[in-house]
Design a binder for this molecule. Sequence first.
Ligand code: LMR
Length: 327
Amino acid sequence: MKKTLVASLLASVFLSAPVWANPMIIKFSHVVSPDTPKGKGAVRFKELAEKYTEGKVVVEVYPNSQLYKDKEELEALQLGAVHMLAPSLAKFGPLGVREFEVFDLPFIFNDRSDLRKVTEGPVGRMLLDKLEPKGIKGLSYWDNGFKVMSANSPLKSIDDFLGLKMRIQSSKVLEAQFKALDAVPQVMAFSEVYQALQTGVVDGTENPPSNMYTQKMHEVQKHATVSNHGYLGYAVIVNKKFWEGLPEDIRKGMEKAMDEATVYANDIAEQENEESMSAMKASGKTQFYELSAAEREEWVKQLRPVHKEMSSRIGQDVIDAFYKATE
Ligand code: LMR
């Protein structure tokens, strides 16, 4: 009760100031490099929002966990200390919105067109609406890409994971995925991963190529397997009270900016990942391995049961809605 009161007092202090300031300062915080699909999408949103609101709004983008790390950024958003975020879909569990972990299920999407069928349809909207009771409004989905597995030892067969300490985002599905491989999952903030890999605190991790490359993880991982076993993308979210309290003309301008920035971010994501992959291959620091059809089949067989195992956490109805949307 006390905590709620402090939180709402803090929120009113933080929220009322920018709404009436001229120009209004909007803080958009994220944890990745500016040189990633999300980093570039945030900058594009800033430019468009400032244009469409005719300078009434200034969007300050804070990349690379400069302001907040993974868990803190969600708390800061709820308190109103920051206005916008684009956390990975794997990070909503600790907030109590477990359904988003459906996106982490191994081999849930065959490709980006499957993903679009979810994010651009009613199932995607239904999930964003689940954030509202938490004081958060979901504006849109931004892509990153499909993940590779990396470590200092080859990861061809599922037996290669035995006993490896693998860094994960804060998702119970990702935890179950690595347990199914007999590895030891370890939750860690994104900003700490490079050092943890370098010092051997963890042995390996999973990332889309753009994150692996821009954090220089390829310099501290000798092997990677292009398994495309899972997807990593984002929900762009705002503090609901702040958003709904915006003057109508400003909110309209920001919505238009978000629509266009979303198209842009989703258009560049695939190519950004391809370029990061080529740059890592050219560096020669990590050896990349493509799974044969038989090896992939072995991974699918081992990891697919995670869907069933996680059904009571995510909700079988949500999983079924994903199956249906992508069939
Ligand atoms: C991670 O923690 O691995 C990612 O969620 C980082 C990001 O935002 O892409």
